[in-house]
Design a protein around this ligand. Structure first.
Ligand code: SF4
Ligand code: SF4
Ligand code: SF4
Length: 295
């Protein structure tokens, strides 16, 4: 029953986006890109009520509040212009523009990811993970875990490469820039919402694992910055619980044994491996370590 309702929630989010962008069946906030945020709000309350892991419960509560408040209500009530350059100048200061290059919120999120890891966006503040960890949570067990699925993570560099090209293109004052940028954003939207419909077959994080250009960008900073999961390999009993919990299909136990840490582009910092390890092998580390050493 939960799976059926969750899938209906996913379909509602897709229909909302389709109606706003292409179909124009109804001019209603209830059938727009806000549909995704409303569905996250409803299913987020349910997920918080049933989640047993205290860390995940707290994360889903904050995530739901961020999506409903920051991505939903703020842009709906206030349409503030954001200081930005080129094509993106004049966009709303919050909400949909967070992932768009050359906006203030985007630059702030890059800084946060460098300091605290990809979890700053990909686990605590992104409508995508809001969808995946609320409606998508009913399908977590379907996450594909195999060597091939792990190798396929490199697919995301295709869209990420085009995305990097946009960084330069936003400054080019030519008419051709507009259709290129809007075409790319339309394609990303189509694949992003299309991925919702395949969640029962692939598990909840299909888009984040293999396709997301924003995740690719944040992932590079994740790797270059202060964030990592440190491990104490001597304490590991090879139970693989960490890998079973990881929706991104990361071979956590293998990394614990071979590198003594998990510091990969793909880690979204959800904390499931850390909080479910029965031996306390894993721990989060980020920029706050600098201050801890000084104490
Ligand atoms: S991978 Fe992309 S879509 Fe998924 S949570 Fe991160 S930024 Fe959002
Ligand atoms: S859950 Fe902990 S003990 Fe089990 S394999 Fe992973 S790191 Fe090792
Ligand atoms: S490695 Fe751990 S923290 Fe990173 S995505 Fe997987 S379960 Fe989440």
């Amino acid at each position: 029953m939960v799976q059926v309702l969750s899938y209906l929630g996913l379909v509602y989010a897709v229909l909302g986006w389709l109606n706003e962008v292409w179909l124009h069946w109804a001019d209603s906030v209830f059938l727009s890109h806000y549909s995704e945020y409303m569905a996250i709000g409803i299913f987020g309350v349910y997920r918080v009520a049933v989640e047993k892991n205290p860390y995940t419960r707290k994360r889903i509560a904050v995530l739901t509040a961020m999506v409903v408040g920051f991505w939903g209500l703020l842009p709906y009530v206030f349409s503030l212009a954001e200081p930005a350059w080129g094509y993106f100048s004049g966009r709303a200061i919050v909400g949909r523009s967070l992932h768009i290059p050359m906006t203030l919120t985007f630059l702030v999120s890059l800084a946060l990811v460098f300091l605290f890891g990809r979890r700053a966006v990909c686990s605590w503040n992104c409508p995508c993970v809001g969808t995946r960890d609320t409606m998508g949570a009913a399908f977590r067990k379907q996450s594909i875990k195999s060597r091939t699925a792990w190798k396929l993570r490199h697919l995301k560099w295709v869209l990420t490469s085009v995305y990097f090209a946009l960084f330069a293109l936003v400054f080019v004052p030519l008419p051709i820039v507009r259709p290129i940028i809007e075409g790319f954003l339309g394609l990303v939207g189509l694949i992003y919402f299309g991925s919702f419909l395949f969640i029962p077959l692939t598990g909840n994080r299909n888009w984040c694992r293999w396709l997301c250009p924003y995740g690719g960008t944040f992932g590079l900073l994740n790797k270059a910055g202060f964030y990592k999961i440190k491990a104490e390999p001597d304490k590991c009993v090879a139970c693989k619980k960490c890998e079973q919990e990881c929706d991104m299909g990361i071979p956590v136990q293998q990394l614990v044994q071979s590198k003594g840490e998990v510091k990969v582009v793909d880690c979204v910092g959800c904390g499931r491996c850390v909080t479910n390890c029965p031996k306390g092998v894993l721990s989060f580390h980020d920029v706050r370590d600098i201050f801890k050493r000084d104490v």
